[in-house]
Design a protein around this ligand. Structure first.
Ligand SMILES: [Zn+2]
Length: 189
């Protein structure tokens, strides 16, 4: 099953902004502005990804997502707002640590890692889509990070982790894909 169309679309939008900011940093070395610009892009990217995933969760999610495009994030439930806040805070924390060591990295390493942050916005899509506490989300895996191309699938007994049928799935993700289901809905939800 391929990724839902929203996932690559949102990734492309976030990437465009972070790549522009990163190119500017590589030219002028202004780390503070770079961090600020990338932070803004990630905050918006995760929010947009979350709302897109929420729209696919259930009818209530669809309505809340629809309203949030007009009135902002207060159309979201308290749990949803908290989930976005937690993810964004975590991502900005990683970003800060990355910016701190960027001076020791090569240009290619900086570009590759900056891309990872932009691509990791897909985890917010899946988090909202799932509406449950999962041990891991596509985009959050500590082996493949934002490169993850896995998708989640909902069945009566839980949520399944589907790897793409190619060489792109890492060993950790293939292990998750072998669990049936990856997240049992009878456990606590
Ligand atoms: Zn992985």
């Amino acid at each position: 099953m391929p990724n839902p169309p929203e996932v690559p679309k949102l990734a492309a939008l976030t990437l465009e902004v972070t790549r522009t900011a990163t190119a500017r940093y590589l030219e002028d070395g202004d780390a503070a502005r770079w961090e600020k610009d990338v932070s803004t892009a990630l905050t918006r990217g995760h929010m947009a990804a979350y709302i897109s995933g929420l729209a696919e969760r259930d009818t209530g999610g669809k309505i809340r997502a629809f309203l949030s495009w007009f009135v902002g994030d207060w159309a979201l439930s308290k749990d949803d707002r908290q989930a976005i806040k937690t993810t964004v805070a975590e991502q900005l924390d990683y970003l800060k640590r990355f910016v701190d060591i960027a001076g020791d990295l090569s240009e290619d390493q900086i570009k590759a890692r900056a891309d990872q942050y932009a691509l990791a916005t897909k985890q917010s899509y899946w988090q909202a889509w799932a509406g449950a506490e999962l041990d891991c989300l596509p985009g959050q895996c500590e082996e493949c990070y934002g490169n993850c191309r896995c998708v989640l699938r909902r069945e009566a007994d839980g949520i399944y982790w589907d790897c793409q049928d190619d060489a792109h799935s890492c060993a950790s993700c293939r292990d998750r894909g072998a669990m049936s289901p990856f997240h049992s809905m009878t456990e606590e939800d």
